[in-house]
Design a protein around this ligand. Structure first.
Ligand SMILES: C[S@@+](CC[C@H](N)C(=O)[O-])C[C@H]1O[C@@H](n2cnc3c(N)ncnc32)[C@H](O)[C@@H]1O
Length: 263
């Protein structure tokens, strides 16, 4: 049995419904904590697997333009945040949703980098980037919902701008917890649903468009999802809708409540 199989889940928060005509806010359709991740058997079609297929197709289609489309966000702070967060990477590193490999340049003295992605075309670009930069990384096609790695295989797990598009974020976060050593770190850089009531509702509405056009949700509650996955947040930096989260796979962190640097 895996470690995640034994881990008790905290009670999921009961969110107020944002819009009367919307599905319940913990519905995966709205990017909420989603189902309690009773893992379906292989080959079983679930709303999450259907959604994941659509996400994968979307990133395959966007791969050739992704770096161009993402460039303004990089300049407006994402690059700086990547560098700051990834300075905490140690030892053997797993990056989930490696995309076009934007993070590869940020890993310092680590012993191994392994990157996975569901999109063949995003991954092809990451491979090209790694080869051009002379970075040694194992890059392979895999799904964050079912990582092809042993329990406790990595010292550090990383995901940046991924949990806005993964279909079942709680299940995928549990997988990160499973493959990361108990004394390791899970580093997440994610944009989340704004805490401001009106902006949060706007993000819910915008998600109908961002999902279809770009394959991501603007209203994911990733901090809550991390907790729902049984992980502990050791530190979090909040800057507007951005979160730099350092989580640990088991309840062994000295939580300080985090640093709030924005609204
Ligand atoms: C917005 S891009 C971010 C790419 C990269 N992490 C970055 O920071 O530039 C999201 C990436 O997550 C990948 N992805 C989405 N769902 C995934 C899943 N279930 N397993 C692995 N990768 C996934 C997509 O294919 C895409 O490459």
């Amino acid at each position: 049995m895996t470690r995640s199989g034994n881990r008790p889940l905290p009670n999921r928060p009961a969110w107020p419904s944002p819009l009367a005509w919307c599905p319940p806010e913990d519905s995966p359709l709205l990017g909420g904590a989603g189902p309690a991740s009773d893992e379906p058997g292989p080959g079983v079609r679930t709303p999450e697997s259907v959604e994941q297929q659509a996400v994968t197709r979307r990133y395959d289609r966007m791969a050739s333009l992704y770096d161009v489309y993402d460039a303004p966000m990089e300049l407006m702070g994402t690059r700086r945040r990547r560098g700051r967060l990834l300075s905490h990477a140690r030892g053997s590193v797993l990056e989930v949703g490696v995309g076009t490999g934007r993070n590869l340049e940020h890993y310092g003295e680590v012993s191994r980098v392994c990157g996975i992605d569901v999109s063949t075309r995003m991954l092809a670009r990451a491979k090209r980037r790694a080869a051009q930069a002379g970075v040694g990384a194992d890059l392979l096609e895999a799904d964050a919902h079912a990582l092809p790695f042993a329990d406790d295989e990595f010292d550090t797990s990383v995901a940046t701008c991924v949990f806005c598009s993964v279909a079942d974020p709680v299940r995928a976060l549990r997988e990160l917890g499973r493959v990361t050593r108990a004394d390791g770190r899970i580093l997440l850089l994610e944009h989340v649903r704004p805490r401001h009531r009106l902006l949060g509702r706007l993000a819910d509405i915008a998600t109908a468009v961002t999902r279809r056009l770009f394959g991501f949700r603007a209203n994911r509650r990733t901090e809550e999802n991390v907790l729902a996955a049984g992980l502990e947040i050791a530190d979090v930096r909040r800057e507007g809708v951005w979160r730099e989260i350092i989580a640990v796979p088991q309840r062994c962190a000295s939580t300080d409540g985090g640093e709030d640097t924005g609204s």
